[in-house]
Design a protein around this ligand. Structure first.
Ligand code: SF4
Ligand code: SF4
Length: 340
């Protein structure tokens, strides 16, 4: 990963606000799911309705169900919201690059915050040289190898779920584990085992030093969305005519993309954050475009990401593909079977 100029917390940017809003809402939903689990286990007398959107934290199950749906036409009848969420993320990838990663994903927001805090505290250290306020550099060969590892992980995970026989995938949906997997995963965050806590601390520490290492090197979903995003309909396009070759765009890019060398940013790492467009001092040199031609103002990109996200949610709600048709008692029984 190259050394970058990006400063922490210059001011609350639109992206910070959007990401924070999604993260806060996700945390709120997790607290509701946890309250539902405590009620199901009889540890609390307060009943809280089970939220659907937390299904997003079980992507392996959701992708297995997605392939089962594609092969059999049977949509997930236990946690359909999980399939809707991955469909929305895939749709964003082929239209607005890794728009899900750049503007919505709560996990990515946590690691990006860790990276920002790392830069902030290094910069604040008394007498710290200017370079300490940036992400520490990762040698180019290690960066390439680690990014390759993420794509290999993404390909292996996708192949694994795609090859699950449809009958087995549909049977899997009937297991208590499938209905209660979100609660089980959540329990790892509420009361983490030592190895889990150590892993979390190591990843957050590495992110505070080297930038968001989870999204760049490890997240298989990010690898999949990045690969799809390479063929995205919308891209940032550089016009060499007005470009002054000042490299402000490349320095602003948190993903280490050499925007100053591209004509159309096809890099899989680009998540459409718009930082490069905002950093460019020359009008008309760097523009978000649809199919490389139709230009749009930078703010239309996040608006389209968030708009598409809620449009998919509204369509799923209206067509009965969001709320689980299973009664709450079914999920409560699954939680009791698995325990916490
Ligand atoms: S700064 Fe530009 S190239 Fe880099 S991730 Fe953001 S939109 Fe993509
Ligand atoms: S910031 Fe703008 S003018 Fe400077 S190199 Fe990038 S595209 Fe060219």
């Amino acid at each position: 990963m190259e050394t970058r100029e990006r400063r922490p917390f210059r001011k609350p940017t639109l992206r910070m606000l959007v990401r924070s809003a999604f993260l806060a809402y996700f945390v709120y939903l997790c607290t509701r799911l946890w309250a539902f689990a405590l009620w199901a286990l009889g540890r609390s007398s307060v009943h809280v309705a089970r939220p659907e959107a937390v299904a997003g934290i079980i992507p392996v199950g959701a992708y297995t169900s997605l392939f089962a749906w594609l092969k059999t036409g049977t949509f997930d009848a236990v946690v359909p919201a999980g399939v809707v969420i991955v469909l929305a993320a895939l749709l964003l990838s082929v239209t607005l690059k890794r728009g899900f990663c750049g503007w919505i994903c709560p996990v990515g927001s946590v690691f990006e915050a860790a990276a920002g805090l790392g830069r902030f505290f290094r910069r604040r250290a008394s007498g710290a040289p200017r370079w300490l306020g940036r992400n520490l550099p990762v040698p180019a060969s290690a960066d390439r190898a680690l990014r390759g590892f993420r794509y290999a992980l993404a390909a292996a995970a996708l192949l694994l779920v795609a090859l699950v026989p449809p009958a087995a995938a549909l049977e899997f949906q009937k297991l208590p584990y499938y209905a209660a997997a979100d609660v089980k995963i959540l329990s790892y965050f509420v009361s983490p085992p030592l190895w889990w806590a150590a892993l979390g601390v190591a990843l957050l520490g590495a992110s505070s030093a080297f930038g968001n290492v989870w999204c760049r090197y490890l997240c298989p979903l990010g690898g999949l969305y990045g690969a799809l995003g390479s063929a995205s309909a919308c891209t940032v396009v550089r016009d060499p005519g007005p470009c002054m070759d000042c490299k402000a765009c490349a320095k602003a890019c948190h993903a280490g993309v050499r925007v100053d060398r591209a004509t159309s940013v096809r890099a899989a790492e680009c998540d459409g954050c718009m930082d490069c467009v905002l950093a460019c001092p020359k009008r008309g040199a760097l523009t978000p475009r649809v199919l490389g031609r139709l230009s749009m103002p930078w703010w239309l990109w996040p608006l389209a990401v968030v708009g598409a996200w809620f449009a998919v949610y509204a369509a799923a709600l209206a067509t009965g593909h969001w709320n689980s048709p299973m009664p709450e008692a079914y999920f409560a029984a699954a939680i009791r079977t698995l325990g916490l």
